[in-house]
Design a protein around this ligand. Structure first.
Ligand SMILES: CSCCC(=O)C(=O)COP(=O)(O)O
Ligand SMILES: [Zn+2]
Length: 204
């Protein structure tokens, strides 16, 4: 698959995210890897549901340097961290859904554990509802460099797969390409909705 079509697929994924209300009021950000050195990141402050190819800005993965001088996402440091940690990651999607925002506050621990759901198999390498899939959960922070450091330290000691939740903020997930990142997003979002409803019903 060519880089051009990956960017086109990312633009389509952004529209799909917007249609579902998963990036309200300029929330969310999205990116695609160009090569080992560079990625293309959504411009800060735009409505992510109506982005075009021109709204993606080249960023150097190692340094967060922006050759054009334009302003990519405020959360650029989280995207570039993922591309540094996982050389196989080809696309990153960050959304602000109600389910991920609420569930990440209700869960007080450092991971949201998903178990017992057939839809866990939407995540690459998962083959059974019997396995426990932990989705790492970090306290939100306006200091993105500090947050990226905390996530990097966590990843040095623990497996970090599919995505992570930021408490009261949303989900950041990735895949080997746009298609896989989109499947992970849709699968995780479905699982979060199930888990939220299960907790509500079982607390009665
Ligand atoms: C308006 S939501 C606050 C910022 C945020 O969390 C986000 O995802 C969007 O920031 P960006 O700079 O990528 O537009
Ligand atoms: Zn955000």
């Amino acid at each position: 698959m060519t880089q051009t079509s990956q960017l086109d697929q990312l633009v389509s994924a952004c529209h799909w995210i917007g249609e579902r209300g998963w990036a309200p009021a300029t929330g969310g950000n999205m990116s695609v890897r160009q090569d080992a050195e560079f990625c293309l990141l959504s411009e800060s402050g735009k409505d992510k549901g109506s982005l075009t190819r021109d709204d993606f800005i080249q960023v150097e993965i190692a340094s967060n340097r922006v050759p054009s001088g334009r302003k990519p996402s405020a959360e650029t440091g989280l995207h570039t961290l993922i591309y540094r940690l996982f050389p196989e990651a080809g696309a990153v999607l960050h959304t602000h859904t109600v389910n991920s925002t609420v569930l990440s506050r209700v869960e007080k621990g450092t991971a949201l554990e998903l178990q017992g759901y057939e839809m866990q198999k939407t995540l690459a390498g998962q083959h059974s509802h019997l396995d426990c899939v932990p989705i790492a959960l970090f306290d939100n922070d306006q200091d993105i460099d500090g947050l990226a450091k905390r996530i990097e330290q966590f990843a040095a000691q623990n497996p970090l797969r599919y995505g992570f939740l930021l408490r009261g903020h949303g989900l950041t997930c990735w895949g080997k390409d746009v298609n896989e990142a989109r499947r992970h997003l849709e699968g995780l979002e479905f699982l979060f909705q199930c888990e939220l409803q299960r907790r509500v019903l079982e607390s009665k």
